[in-house]
Design a protein around this ligand. Structure first.
Ligand code: GDP
Ligand code: ZN
Length: 293
């Protein structure tokens, strides 16, 4: 039995890429079809070859993560692309995407692109997110700055790009690998035709190693369904202080003796991040209210 990753699904076939880089058009073993549990792009599978380029999927291995939009399993990292300016980065949106990635089980990193336009104004943001524990890369698709580092990060596993439009996601892909952005745009253009057509994402191999999802992730800005108590776990820089809060169930909002608030006052935790936290806490409370109304 061989193992590989489903890189594309179309017309009842699952295209499985083996570790050596060859691709095999596979069908599902009847037992798997009858189970009715969908096989996703990104799933790691065991398959038997029935020909040079054909095979049968026997087993779907356990998933490490699952992205809903686009539907892809086992995405290892989300590259959140923002621009140092044009458009100006919105920290609240960065925080929202960090939570969406975290909730999907995908490790997020920040890529601040358009460094050629000047990084003076983003130095503060860069240090906030580095201090929070996220990798931050500063790049320019235009000059090539930072692209070696980005390629190095993408080499292992499966990556999805996300972020507002106009920040340079396709330019970055194209700078890393000419022609790749074209493939991703061809797919995005197809979505535009009918919002309700089901679309299957595809994983594209990078010459330097690694796979990239052909569609940007997280098109919805609605927070994933979270419990209020879970929210702090998406703010890694809070975690060292949480055990020192006076109350065990502290939500770090209005409670007295809150160690997180103390750390914000002392400048150890960024006020900007804490404000995002409070805003999201309100949103989750509203979501819960609507649920029980
Ligand atoms: P996407 O919507 O995130 O895919 O963004 P695009 O790749 O389409 O880029 C949006 C605009 O920003 C285009 O006009 C690009 O030429 C420009 N752009 C992309 N990367 C850079 C960069 O590193 N520096 C500068 N100055 N412009 C860039
Ligand atoms: Zn607290």
């Amino acid at each position: 039995m061989r193992t590989g990753v489903v890189v594309k699904a179309a017309g009842g076939f699952y295209y499985v890429r083996s570790e050596t880089g060859g691709t095999c058009a596979c069908v599902l073993r009847g037992r798997l079809r009858r189970q009715g549990r969908p096989v996703l792009v990104g799933d790691a599978v065991e398959y038997t070859a029935t020909g040079a380029q054909s095979g049968v999927i026997e087993t779907v291995l356990p998933r490490r993560s699952k992205l809903v939009r686009p539907p892809v399993a086992n995405v290892d990292r989300a590259v959140l692309v923002f621009a140092v300016r044009e458009p100006h980065p919105d920290p609240a949106l960065i925080d929202r995407l960090l939570i969406q990635a975290g909730a999907a089980g995908v490790s997020p990193m920040l890529c601040l692109n358009k460094a050629d336009l000047g990084t003076e104004k983003t130095a503060g943001l860069i240090s906030i997110y580095r201090a929070a524990g996220y990798p931050v890369l500063v790049t320019s698709a235009k000059t090539g700055a930072g692209l070696d580092a980005l390629q190095e990060i993408l080499r292992a596993g499966v990556s999805v790009f996300a972020g507002p439009s106009g920040t340079g996601k396709s330019s970055l892909l194209n700078a890393l690998e000419p022609g790749l952005a074209l493939k991703t745009q061809a797919v995005s253009a197809k979505i535009g035709r009918g919002r309700h057509t089901t679309r299957h994402a595809e994983l594209l191999p990078l010459t330097g190693g690694g796979l990239v999802v052909d569609t940007p992730g997280f098109s919805s800005l609605v927070l994933p369904p979270l419990e209020r108590a879970e929210l702090a776990s998406f703010f890694p820089e809070f975690l060292a202080d949480v055990p020192d809060c006076r109350f065990a169930g502290c939500l770090h909002a209005k409670e007295p003796g809150c160690a997180v608030k103390r750390a914000v006052k002392g400048g150890k935790i960024s006020r900007l991040r804490y404000e995002s936290y409070l805003k999201f806490l309100d949103e989750i409370t509203e979501q819960e209210k609507r649920k029980y109304d």
